[in-house]
Design a protein around this ligand. Structure first.
Ligand code: GLU
Length: 309
């Protein structure tokens, strides 16, 4: 819960899998505007989410930071890189293990598909398998491949029903994590930390109060709120921004034309920002510089999304 007088902290948390594109700039701009709309003491952080090392491209974190700087989006503190934070994720996993809320899992994708088929469950959820809980009671002689969060046990002990929360743009939300997702992965056994664990630990330890990010991530929110509760962390407020769609109406990706943004000259950076601002429902700018345009959008953002100092 956000209490009165709390320092408001927002963040932009890109994964360095490619340079900024039109969609990620919308999230960066929105999170920056939300912080500035919260008054002079609020702080905007940038965190480079390179925990999933297999998907990240070398040097891309620095490319993103320089693109942001070209758009006058400069963090109030030095950026944090997730690869420097392993001990914090270890500590969180240990805490969950000690509470009986994390267990090793030896299932391959094929094992999960077979277990789901045996139960007559044919569906996957957004292409992800709902974990049927096979290893919740033990590894059945298999080697551990991953650590999972006992979401089902935790959710049932807490409420035994769907989780409800409010999104500042999307309104009332709900999800039954136990039924719709199942016990999700925290860490691959000898591999990277899962996004869900890393993001929850980092947001809490960086004191993030207001999460503003793209709507493609909205579906992760219930998982993250459950993890926050299991780890004794406060839950921030959430606002998910509109996506930038490709010409085919699908979410922008490298396949359908998510070309890197051009930010090499001040005029290009200003045009890129202007496009992002219009996606957020802000007025096209007549400003001469990125900094001037940003300053003019702050009161508009405050009116649209009601972020008071
Ligand atoms: N690193 C994630 C991404 O770029 C975003 C994380 C977040 O904002 O929660 O998709």
């Amino acid at each position: 819960m956000i209490e009165e007088g709390m320092t408001r902290i927002g963040r932009f948390a890109p994964s360095p899998t490619g340079p900024l594109h039109a969609g990620s700039l919308v999230a960066a701009l929105a999170s920056w505007l939300d912080v500035r709309a919260h008054g002079p003491n609020a702080r905007w952080l940038v965190r480079i989410e390179d925990a999933d090392t297999e998907r990240c491209l070398p040097g891309m974190g620095d490319v993103i930071l320089s693109q942001l700087a070209a758009c006058a989006l400069v963090p109030d503190e030095p950026p944090v890189w997730q690869t420097t934070r392993t001990p914090h994720y270890e500590a969180a996993l240990e805490k969950l293990k000690a509470a009986g809320l994390a267990y090793p899992c030896g299932c391959s994708r094929k094992d999960i598909d077979e277990a789901l088929a045996r139960r007559g469950i044919a569906h996957t959820r957004h292409g992800e398998r709902v974990y049927p809980g096979t290893c919740r009671g033990g590894l059945h002689g298999k080697a551990a491949r991953a650590w999972r969060f006992a979401a089902t046990t935790f959710q049932q002990a807490a409420s035994n029903g769907p989780l409800h929360w409010q999104d500042r743009r999307l309104g009332a939300q709900q999800q039954d994590v136990a039924r719709e997702v199942g016990d999700f992965v925290l860490k691959r056994a000898d591999g990277p930390w899962a996004y869900q664990l890393a993001v929850v630990v980092d947001d809490a330890e960086q004191g993030v109060t207001d999460i503003v990010r793209g709507e493609d991530l909205a579906d992760n929110t219930a998982r993250q709120i459950l993890l926050q509760r299991a780890l004794g962390f406060p839950t921030p407020s959430y606002l998910h921004t509109p996506l930038v769609l490709g010409p085919d109406g699908a979410k922008l990706s490298k396949q359908n034309g998510a070309t890197p943004l051009r930010t090499a000259t001040p005029a290009e950076a200003l045009a890129a920002l202007d496009g992002a601002a219009q996606r957020l429902g802000l007025a096209a700018t007549a400003a001469d510089s990125a900094a001037e345009a940003l300053a003019a959008w702050v009161p508009q953002w405050r009116d649209l999304y009601n972020s008071r100092p």
